[in-house]
Ligand binder design. Structure first.
Ligand SMILES: C[S@@+](CC[C@H](N)C(=O)[O-])C[C@H]1O[C@@H](n2cnc3c(N)ncnc32)[C@H](O)[C@@H]1O
Length: 535
């Protein structure tokens, strides 16, 4: 498979592993006022660099995000974006803090953009569910490079296609002889995508009690004249309803889609649907529910989106122009509607003005869905624009609060301290809950097997299934031991419910049991990475 190479690639391919896990600090919560429609409340807006934020979302969301939409800087040379990742390479350190400019001003412009995107795409790939869909807005500046990089990360077989959408009318003022009037949305999956609008089964009817079940009808009318030179005379013949004898001559400009032999085959298979008489239209072909795919495919060509920017919408919500080039809400609704189910978690890690959240809430309000959003925005306007827009859209807004809010709520987070100190010990300042969450994740305990401290077996239990119990015997202010005392405090079987599993993975500061005893009882000891000399 062809792969793309650029300056700095070898330094960033594994950079996502070096990014520290950090805790996400909940700073505030917003709930729409009483009386507004019900909408999802378990939403998040995170202020911070998405490289760190995405890494920090892994413990909770790895493999769970049904739809990722991103709208990163297109690298036009005018966006003033800055390369800021702490990659340990002298050449790349020289890039830090500098605005990425235009071609000619900055010969490494595309290298920098690819170095910025690569580790973020790796993390996004890990967050995506196996049946999830990844969508990325982009334009001509980076489309072709991005496609190759996504082929590398997602696998070329998981490329679903590229939506090309019209952004404006042809602009006669542009200097080049080609007016670029479109943008792209690249679409990838992880192999089993749920893409496309679910078909409406109620459209399928069975008026003649066909034993093959309900069906819809498709046209039999063709597209060719009977002209022997320019058309298809074999597609021009008269159809006859075998029950009524009524004749249906071909439209001279169009004929039928199949020749006479094909028509005979359809007739003998009872595939032709007949209108009550010829004034009610033409014969059509039956298509049964069982032979129709569950979802309507999404077209890759959107010609009707000209001029769809969200600028005016956003001005109306915020009262003035606060953000350049937001996407239009209806454009985002259209994408999300076909890209994910109505209970999906939707992640946008280049959130800007928060259009994705607006679209999520609008779709929920329209179809009663329970989609949830997670937004990440690095700009210092994450609170004053991104979160503020979402608050206004959830509550009533407009100059006279004349537009009814969509309801719902969200929590606002910042990216906090790293989980580990430079000496590789746990940073205990992040708190027990965050540490437990991280250890559960690093042990690979499936979300469905994770437990909270109020479970009936042990307050130290992290996770449990039939085979394994994971215990994290941790106290912030004293060293802990894996000993007989600790084991006697575990409660399994009897009136407690779950039987004793075969394997116990137990974290503590020290182990006082013999290797032989542990082997016999299926116990694995793991030392908590912290310095206990202070106790
Ligand atoms: C093109 S805008 C997105 C616009 C958005 N789709 C909307 O409709 O408002 C890209 C956004 O990504 C943000 N961004 C760029 N780099 C980022 C990073 N490393 N982490 C988080 N946000 C970032 C920028 O601050 C900007 O707000």
């Amino acid at each position: 498979m062809p792969t793309l190479h650029w300056v700095g690639k070898d330094k960033v391919v594994n950079h996502h592993h070096e990014v520290p896990f950090r805790v996400l600090n909940k700073v505030s919560s917003f709930r729409a006022p009483e009386g507004l429609p019900a909408n999802s409340t378990d939403n998040r807006i995170i202020h911070g660099d998405n490289l760190e934020a995405l890494k920090s979302l892994l413990p909770e969301f790895e493999g769970r995000v049904k739809c990722i939409y991103i709208d990163p800087p297109y690298n036009t040379g005018n966006e003033g974006w800055v390369y800021n990742d702490a990659v340990n390479d002298p050449k790349m350190k020289r890039w830090l803090g500098q605005v990425v400019g235009k071609e000619g001003e900055d010969l490494s412009r595309h290298d920098k953009w690819l170095c910025m995107m690569y580790p973020r795409l790796k993390l996004l790939h890990r967050l995506l569910a196996s049946d999830g869909v990844f969508l990325c807005s982009i334009d001509e500046n980076e489309y072709h490079k991005l496609k190759l990089v996504l082929d590398e990360i997602f696998g070329p077989n998981n490329y679903l296609g590229t939506i090309c959408w019209r952004t404006r009318n042809t602009d006669n003022r542009v200097k080049s002889r080609l007016s670029v009037d479109h943008e792209f949305v690249i679409v990838f999956s992880k192999g089993a995508p749920l893409l496309g609008r679910v078909i409406d089964r109620s459209d399928f009817k069975n008026p003649d009690n066909d034993h093959r079940g309900p069906y819809v009808t498709d046209p039999l009318t063709g597209k060719a004249t009977a002209d022997p030179k320019t058309g298809r005379p074999n597609l021009h013949y008269t159809m006859e309803n075998p029950k009524t004898g009524e004749m249906f001559p071909p439209d001279p400009a169009r004929g039928w889609i199949t020749d006479f032999a094909g028509y005979q085959a359809l007739l003998s298979d009872d595939r032709v649907w007949w209108p009550t008489n010829s004034t009610k239209g033409n014969p059509r072909k039956k298509r049964f529910l069982w032979e129709t795919s569950e979802r309507m495919p999404l077209s890759t060509f959107w010609a009707d989106t000209k001029g769809q920017t969200g600028a005016d919408e956003l001005d109306g919500i915020m009262g003035s122009r606060v953000f350049a080039f937001p996407k239009a809400v209806d454009f985002m609704c259209r994408l999300l509607d076909v890209a994910c189910p109505a209970d999906a978690i939707i992640l946008d890690s280049f959130a800007g003005s928060g259009t994705t959240a607006h679209a999520v809430m609008k779709l929920n309000a329209m179809d009663g869905g329970n989609r949830r959003f997670v937004l990440v925005e690095m700009g210092d306007y994450a609170e004053s624009i991104t979160a503020e827009r979402v608050k206004r859209v959830m509550g009533d807004y407009g100059a006279t609060k004349s537009i009814q809010g969509l309801g719902g709520g969200f929590d606002y987070y910042t990216v906090g301290e790293p989980m580990f100190l430079p000496d590789e010990n746990l940073n205990e300042a992040v708190g027990t809950e965050a540490i437990r969450g991280y250890v559960a994740y690093s042990e690979g305990i499936p979300a469905t097997d994770r437990t909270t401290p109020d479970n009936p077996h042990s307050p130290y239990l992290l996770g449990l299934n039939r085979e394994t119990a994971w215990l994290f015997h941790y106290e912030p202010d004293r060293a802990t031991s894996l000993d007989m005392d600790f084991l006697s405090g575990l409660r399994f079987g009897g009136d407690i419910g779950a039987a004793r599993p075969g394997t116990f993975i137990i974290y503590a500061d020290r182990c006082l049991l013999s290797a032989e005893f542990m082997r016999r009882h299926g116990i694995v000891f793991k030392k908590i990475p912290r310095d206990i000399t202070r106790f």
